[in-house]
Each structure stands twice: as structure tokens, then as C-alpha cells.
Write a protein that binds this ligand. Structure first.
Ligand code: UT7
Length: 321
């Protein structure tokens, strides 16, 4: 039995911020952002929350799958921007949608978070521990951006994407590959709340994302193609057999470089970053939902997915739709 995605959903905040909007509040331009990254706009939260968007994406995915919250017995949210340190975002989603039978928890694998969560859910389903899983990638990255650092804040956006997974005799996950390199953690980092116990001087330092963009770029264009190739081979396929590559949306130049290394046509790499920017763990499920709703995904198609980012971490999957 394969682990199959039977429904997808997504939710983006209402407010759209274009590159021109940003150029009015900081020293940047549409020309720089779009030519270096392919990003033209992003959605940023006002009142929306990570859990609220996650719950809405989950409702849409359940609706698409034709199931109810009562059917869900596992909820995993990949996020680095949960609204609370506790409870977890997944527990908040459980409460919001009324999935009373579910076990719910978050995982932190940054931009690979959705893919790591997908693999965990896949493993649980394969062992028979749970039957129906909701896997979500969700972020409100705008709250951990340093809005004085134009080299990072223009890249990221907010949003959530969700999938429903169930065992099926047809299709599903064919292979997985994932990895981490904690030694390089410093190239993409964000400090959490600092120690303020009575033994130390209280520090008011706030954590913002710090990224060595060029290091991350180099990591992405070497690690992602290697991981995708390993996964495709483990699935018993070749790169030519893959119908779509649904990759983490960080930079269109990374997608082009990966396509080149894989010797795959660029039109097999769908894009949402032009409209959404980089939404870390939410990128892949939002992209998948767009592809699903556009009718691009047909039964039997082979889809390669890959996430990469902070940790450093990476994860790829090949599945039959
Ligand atoms: O999801 C996590 C994974 N993250 C990624 O995959 C990000 C990977 N990295 C990248 O996508 C690229 O490295 C960036 C888009 C972040 C940066 O592109 P780059 O071509 O590597 O630019 P750079 O950092 O070398 O900066 C070039 C110039 C600098 O000016 P000088 O020193 O050449 O005068 C920057 O100060 O561009 C300047 N710059 C900007 N100018 C206008 C940096 N940010 C901006 C900006 N607007 N927003």
C-alpha cells in the first residue's frame, strides 16, 4: 500500500505587498528583487496567524479529499513561526477544526519542514499506527524578519499549505531522501528568546532571521539536484520519467540551476514564488495545491518534491499521483 495525497489546500493572507510597495519604505527596487529572485510580490499577515491560516488550509484540503475532521488521526505542522511556544500550532489546528481523535505536534526543519513532516506521516501510515494524516507547512515569516535588512526581508512571505494523506493500493510515495548538516547551521539562523532567568542579566535581544544568501544558494544548487537524483533512482525511475518537479520556492535562479543540473526542461518546474515569495515550510504544499487546483496533476503522473533550507536541512520525495 502506498501513502497517497488525497487532498490539498492552502491559505494566503489577504494583504499583497508588491516590490514597488517595498521600494517606497526601503532602499530596494522591483528591478533588483525580480531580476535576482523572480519574486514580484508576497502576502503578509495583518490579523492572520500561523494557526489560523493552517486551519483554513486544512479545511480546504479535507474538503478536497472528501473527508471530515473526525477522520483525521494525525496532524503534523512544519513551521518555525508558530504563534506560541506552546501549545503547538498543530494542537491549535486540532482545536480549530475539531479533529478530536488526532494526535498533533509540530516539527522544525525550516524550509524542509513540510517535507520532513510528510516523511514522518508516511512512516506512521506505513506502520499502521495512524490511518489519515493532515500534514501542514505554515509560516508567518514576516514577524521574524529584520525589516531593516533589505537582503533578507524582501525575499519572504506568509501563508500555509496542507495535504491529507491516506494509504492507497494505487500510487503514493515511491521514495524519500532527507538529510541535515548542523555544522552549517549559522548560514541561515534566527535566535529564539534569550535567557532571562534570575541568574543572568536580562537581555532584550530579539531574534531575527540572518542569512548568508550566497552560501545558501551554493548549498541549494548542489544539494537539491543530488537529493532529487537519489530519490528518483530509489523510486526505480529516471529523471525523464518525472512529470513535475515541485520544489521549495526560494529563488527562480535556483530552480533554473537545478533544472540545468538535472537536464530537465524548465517548464516541468512550476512556480509560485513570483506571487508568494519564499514561505519556507509552506512553499511546497502551496505550490502542490495550486498545481492540483489547476488540474495539472493526473493519476499516474510522477512528481518529485524537494525542500531545503535552515538547519541546514533538505528532503525530497518522489510520488505517483
Ligand atoms: O528558503 C531558504 C533558502 N534561501 C535561499 O535559498 C536564498 C538563497 N540565496 C539567494 O537567493 C541569493 O543569494 C539572494 C537573492 C539572497 C541574494 O542575491 P545575490 O545575487 O547573491 O546578491 P548579493 O547578496 O551578492 O548582493 C548583491 C548586491 C549588494 O550590493 P553591493 O555590495 O554589490 O553593492 C547588496 O547590498 O545587491 C545589494 N542588495 C540589494 N539591492 C537592492 C541586497 N539586497 C538588496 C535589495 N535591493 N533588496
Amino acid at each position: 500500500m502506498g501513502t497517497r495525497i488525497i487532498g490539498t489546500g492552502s491559505c494566503l493572507p489577504e494583504t499583497v505587498v508588491t516590490n514597488d510597495d517595498l521600494s517606497r519604505i526601503m532602499d530596494t527596487s522591483d528591478e533588483w528583487i525580480s531580476s535576482r529572485t523572480g519574486i514580484r510580490q508576497r502576502h503578509l499577515v495583518r490579523e492572520e496567524t500561523t494557526a489560523g491560516m493552517s486551519a483554513e488550509a486544512a479545511r480546504r484540503a479535507m474538503d478536497n479529499a472528501g473527508i471530515t475532521a473526525q477522520d483525521i488521526d494525525l496532524i503534523i505542522v512544519g513551521t518555525v513561526t508558530a504563534d506560541h511556544v506552546l501549545p503547538s500550532c498543530a494542537c491549535e489546528v486540532q482545536a480549530a477544526i475539531g479533529a478530536e481523535h488526532a494526535v498533533a505536534f509540530d516539527i522544525n526543519a525550516a524550509c524542509s519542514g513540510f517535507m520532513f513532516a510528510l516523511n514522518i506521516a508516511h512512516a506512521y501510515l506505513q506502520t499502521g499506527t495512524y490511518k489519515t494524516a493532515l500534514v501542514i507547512g505554515a509560516e508567518t515569516l514576516s514577524k521574524i524578519m529584520d525589516w531593516n535588512d533589505r537582503s533578507t526581508c524582501v525575499l519572504f512571505g506568509d501563508g500555509a499549505g496542507a495535504v491529507v494523506l491516506q494509504l492507497s493500493s494505487q500510487g503514493g510515495v515511491l521514495a524519500f531522501d532527507q538529510g541535515s548538516d548542523g555544522v552549517k547551521g549559522g548560514v541561515l539562523s534566527c535566535v529564539n528568546r534569550t535567557n532571562n532567568n534570575p541568574l543572568v542579566e536580562t537581555s532584550k535581544e530579539l531574534g531575527y532571521v540572518h542569512m548568508d544568501g550566497q552560501e545558501v544558494y551554493r548549498f541549494a544548487v548542489t544539494t537539491v539536484p543530488a537529493s532529487v537524483i537519489r530519490t528518483v533512482r530509489a523510486a526505480g525511475l529516471s529523471v525523464e520519467d518525472i512529470d513535475y518537479f515541485a520544489l521549495h520556492q526560494a529563488n527562480v535562479r535556483i530552480l533554473q540551476a537545478v533544472a540545468k543540473r538535472l537536464k530537465a526542461p524548465e517548464d516541468k518546474f512550476p512556480i509560485s514564488l513570483d506571487r508568494c515569495g519564499n514561505i519556507s515550510a509552506a512553499s511546497v504544499p502551496i505550490l502542490l495545491d495550486e498545481m492540483n487546483r489547476k488540474g495539472l496533476l493526473k493519476p499516474g503522473m510522477k512528481i518529485a518534491m524537494s525542500g531545503f533550507g535552515g538547519g541546514l536541512t533538505w528532503a525530497s520525495a518522489v510520488l505517483e499521483w
